[in-house]
Design a protein. Sequence first.
Length: 435
Amino acid sequence: MFWVDIWCGNSLLKLEFPRLFRLAKLKNEMVFDYSNNSGFSKVKWEDLFIRLLLDRELGILSRLTKRVKSVVLVPDLVDHLIWAHDNKREFSMKKLANLLIEGEGDGINFTFDKIWKLKVPPRVRNFLWMLVINRVPTKDFLVKRGVHLRNIMNVCPWCEREQERVDHLFFKCNFIVGFWRRIFNWWEVGWKMVSGFEEFYSLCFNVKLHGTSKSLWLIAIAASCWSVWLATNKMVFERKVLSMDTLKFHSKTRALLWVRFSFDECMVQERLWWLSPFKCRFDSRPVTLGWCYPPHGWLKFNISGMATEEAMGCGGVLRDEEENVRALFSGPCDAIDADSAELGAIITALDVIIEIGWRGTALIIVEIGSLVAYNWLLNKDRRPWSQQTTFADMEMRLACVGEVAFSKAKQHSNEIAETLASAGINRRVMFKAWW
């Protein structure tokens, strides 16, 4: 349109000539309505205003006519929008993102393909992008934009000393620095202090790993960043304080689940992943030895119990027929050996199903690793007297859950549950999550 579109020069005519715009009869008309077949040379400008123009207004009109007469109109060409910020005059989201970043003046020089190519959930990639451009909605970010935080102090929830800024929350807080040291030590990578995400990601990206190992390392870093943010929100909005061990556990678990989802063709030695993923070996997974999908309409809960001389642990992971993880747990177990810990894992799995409220909505398969415990489930006569109370508790829960089938896990098909059980030995409290 003549007044309200940029078609002549680099600005709107209504902004450059506001007085004439106020006097114009046609404020929302097309360029064609202000011209004729010969362009603007024979236009009767005095007829286009609500009154006769004063001398100074005629001077302004002279500048306007000089401006528009420099434009050559092509009557036979259909009008169309062009993207002025691209040499090909074509719009692209990538160019728009670059313009937005440049417009903020933050001096960002980052290759965003490093983020968009990460094999992590889309919302996590979006979150990392917001970290790059310093747009994560921390308390400090919200306050500067006029958001009133009711009963919430603008301080870091981890140290309660500094304002909750992105650079402090993720990289400078003493608690978080300690967390990153542990994550880097987990991968046997040296940590050094950084000032912001761009420097941090450059440090991570330049680690001397290659191929699949490099991808898994970056997935672990993304999972750790995401875990810090989720834990921060829990502290602020739910008053739930996470310990260092819990934060590490969340990060490692998320990374493991994302790795298994993204690298179905690989077999990760999960016990080594938990202790030192840098030493993991990745081999082709034999088709016959992997996790078996449940029948259509069923969910499968793989569980495991672990025992050491000093402690017991249990863990489990619930997946659907498309291998999507729906729930998991990991924690200590009150048991006397690995077989009784397996029974404790079954009870915890049933508790998770009850807490989720899925009774009657899906059929459940509980797949266990212990052959001894599996035989106890099938043959009541073989159940030891010492476990009668445990089985009575299990029967009560089975009545609440509905139809449940038990199966024995095949080789290499119970690795995530075993990993969660192994981690549960060292946990103080049971961790449960579902989505």
